[in-house]
Design a protein around this ligand. Structure first.
Ligand code: OOG
Ligand code: NI
Length: 314
């Protein structure tokens, strides 16, 4: 009796610590992202100033190279170990990309709290299909992914400490990659840093409709990604997304060249109540009553948030 209950208690205790560590890790990932991306901070401050509700996150996203153990699983394993569940694959043949999304432990879908202390975000991880790129691009990528040891065993550390897991690249290689895939070029100089955070729009109060939020941002000169139109709407209408254009950062390449490269961006997602739950009173609607998941057609356009024709930085 005593032994059994003691061991049961200690398991429950371990469980608690697990969620604290997960939240602190997410918080540590957000910190350098906010330090590097002043446009994101400006957008978040604007939202806070115009809306009384806590700002919470729908999802966070990462980019990876699908080769040498540096792909989707390198980052997803951490979240799976901490209770996340692997969900659908999304495929982008034109961009030579694929992605998976991961859902958080269900008990944390609707908890109260601000930022990473609120509802746990979904995780979206993509990878570039390296073997489908040109021989030259593959050579460049593999030169770095092949030299990512020992850091590649600890991608979470590289991410939260904002430190590239591979050697500093040369500018000519970066340029060469960018001419073939701006996604690959971004990943080469940003590694496991957060690609974007996404504000959960329907959990806001005054700004809980995404068209109102977009207008507020535009009125304050915060530029939004216009690829395929500012508002991205899934065919079923239930998932509506928009995003800022990426910030830029100064990067010192291995050959000493200092250049401006794209950094990260902020996204916004409104999930509408599913048709079968449309009669539920508004104050009883929970996250699981809403459109879940992602949408290839939306995502395809959101990727462009870091591309030069959106950022205006060559
Ligand atoms: C991810 C773009 C897709 C979404 O929510 O569909 C996306 C990226 O830019 O790496 O974020
Ligand atoms: Ni996203």
């Amino acid at each position: 009796g005593i032994v059994a209950s003691a061991s049961h208690e200690s398991i429950a205790g371990t469980d608690q610590r697990q969620w604290v560590l997960l939240r602190k890790t997410l918080g540590a990932w957000v910190k350098p992202y906010l330090e590097k991306n002043s446009l994101v901070v400006a957008a978040l401050n604007l939202i806070s100033a115009h809306d009384g509700s806590p700002v919470t996150y729908d999802h966070v996203a990462f980019r990876t190279f699908g080769v040498d153990g540096c792909g989707i699983d390198s980052i997803a394993d951490f979240f799976m170990d901490f209770g996340y569940r692997k969900r659908e694959q999304l495929f982008f043949p034109g961009k030579k990309l694929r992605a998976f999304w991961y859902s958080p432990p269900e008990q944390f879908l609707d908890v109260a709290g601000n930022g990473v202390d609120g509802p746990l975000p979904r995780i979206f991880v993509s990878e570039i299909l390296v073997e489908e790129l040109s021989v030259r691009a593959q050579e460049i990528i593999k030169k770095y992914t092949g030299n990512a040891a020992p850091a590649i065993k600890y991608p979470v550390l590289a991410g939260v400490l904002n430190s590239l897991p591979w050697p500093t690249p040369h500018f000519a290689e970066y340029q060469q990659l960018a001419s073939e895939s701006e996604y690959a070029a971004w990943t080469l100089v940003n590694g496991y840093t957060l690609n974007h955070l996404t504000v959960s729009v329907h959990r806001l109060s005054k700004l809980r409709k995404i068209e109102m939020l977009n207008q507020l941002l535009l009125d304050h000169d915060i530029r939004l990604n216009t690829e395929g139109g500012t508002l991205k709407v899934s065919p079923d209408g239930g998932l509506q997304q928009s995003s800022t254009v990426a910030d830029s950062a100064s990067f010192t390449f291995a050959d000493g060249e200092v250049k401006t490269v794209p950094a990260s961006y902020l996204e916004f997602a409104e999930r509408l109540v599913l048709p079968r739950f449309k009669n539920i009173p508004e104050n009883e609607v929970r996250e699981w009553h809403r459109r879940d998941g992602f949408e290839v057609g939306n995502a395809d356009k959101i990727f462009a948030s870091t591309f030069s024709d959106q950022t205006g930085v060559q």
